[in-house]
Design a protein around this ligand. Structure first.
Ligand SMILES: Cc1ncc(COP(=O)(O)O)c(C=O)c1O
Length: 390
């Protein structure tokens, strides 16, 4: 079992930051790697040819390990989840007889490209919204998603969990149904990978995208993606020099090369060598592997168990345990609580969480401790009556 790891982060003692779903704080090692990388650019003659390639290959291998992918050439470096989704959608062929399944109130980066595809082809987007009941919401939502997949479905694109309230989607069951209907399964792992175990060999999605600045604990504009066999001869959304075969031969770059590098490499972004972002993300992924994703999830389970019981006792609504994760969950206020007052109390007590819809999204990591959660409970308690803390 992991102990609290706050000392590995540069976090202020007085702030309770329970909001990794918004943006992770820097690990000290990540911060140092970034500073060192910035300084390296002051002496560009020290940037070697191999610096363009070797760190990227290492990063791909490390991310592959994190998701149990046996082949690092299936990993691409992308700047954002939306870039990855755009690359995927560009290679999905649709007609007006087809449908594409998305979940209700999904993150926009996993919506607009699909919407464009739908607008240009007439394919229907079926949005499976959350059932309007508090429990067993997750169970019914999962069933509705499975029921929606039919012989006209060409793709379903969703997260392992819902980004706003942590509802868990059963990817293996969805995969079974998509396989039966020859539909693609595309995963946005931004809100789960790094904090909730994910095994690419069990889930077998066709593609996966993941922004790096949340649960991968990396910097902004440093994401990663997985592209399976169906995308091996697809078209990227940009044509950069580095994705072409033999791009290591700088002397030969203007002998234009018609072929891409193999597998996922064609989907990596231009300037993927990102001399600042790559070493930072490398450090954070190394740390995640050292901790172990399962241990991170268990740590979050452990520190949230009692507070969740207390919140339920106060009349708040939280998804039942089987259909949510421990690192990200929504808390709906009880009828006698006041959101404005609650947010005021969070502010006064220097507690950082986000409001998503009519719920408070709580997103802990291994730097959080029981004091952070005592503060959280205190704020909720103080939001039920006329009392306000000054
Ligand atoms: C589920 C999900 N996907 C993706 C993102 C980020 O998208 P992008 O990398 O396109 O900015 C977020 C940010 O909150 C998110 O919650």
């Amino acid at each position: 079992m992991l102990d609290c790891q706050k000392d590995k982060f540069n976090l202020s003692e007085e702030i309770s930051y329970i909001n990794c779903a918004y943006m992770s704080p820097n690990l000290r090692t990540v911060e140092q790697a970034g500073v060192q990388a910035i300084l390296q650019k002051s002496q560009p003659w020290k940037v070697t040819r191999s610096d363009f390639f070797a760190p990227v290959e290492k990063l791909k291998s490390t991310f592959a390990k994190l998701i149990n992918c046996p082949d690092s050439q299936r990993i691409a470096i992308i700047p954002s989840a939306s870039y990855g989704i755009a690359s995927i959608v560009k290679n999905v062929h649709a007609t007006d007889k087809d449908n594409i399944i998305l979940v209700g109130e999904g993150f926009p980066s996993n919506y607009y490209s699909w919407k464009k595809l739908s607008d240009s082809t007439g394919a229907e987007i079926k949005i499976i919204t959350a059932p309007q009941i508090s429990s067993p919401k997750g169970k019914i939502w999962n069933k509705n998603i499975l029921d929606a997949i039919d012989e006209n479905t060409i793709a379903i694109a969703l997260g392992n969990i819902h980004w706003a309230d942590g509802t868990l989607f059963d990817l293996e069951k969805i995969r079974e149904k998509t396989n039966k209907n020859k539909a693609l399964m595309i995963i946005d792992g931004t809100q789960s990978i790094g904090a909730y175990p994910f095994d690419i060999q069990s889930v077998k999605p066709d593609a996966l995208v993941c922004a790096g600045y949340k649960w991968l604990l990396g910097p902004y504009v440093s994401g990663v993606g997985y592209f399976g066999e169906k995308f091996d001869s697809g078209e990227p959304i940009e044509e950069n020099w580095i994705n072409r075969l033999d791009s290591q031969q700088f002397e030969n770059l203007v002998n234009y090369q018609p072929d891409y590098k193999t597998q996922a490499n064609r989907y990596s972004m231009g300037e993927q060598s990102n001399f600042i972002g790559v070493p930072m993300l490398q450090k954070s992924l190394d740390q995640l592997l050292e901790w172990g994703v399962e241990n991170i999830q268990n740590y979050c389970k452990n520190i949230t168990q009692k507070p969740i019981e207390k919140l339920l006792d106060m009349g708040c609504q939280i998804e039942e345990e089987n259909y949510r994760v421990a690192h990200l969950f929504g808390v709906k206020l009880s009828s006698n609580m006041d959101m404005k007052k609650l947010k005021f109390n969070f502010e006064k007590n220097k507690l950082k969480v986000s409001q998503r819809g009519d719920a408070i999204r709580v997103a802990p990591h291994v730097y959080n401790n029981s004091e952070d959660f005592e503060k959280l409970i205190y704020c909720f308690k103080r939001s039920t009556s006329q009392k306000t803390i000054f």
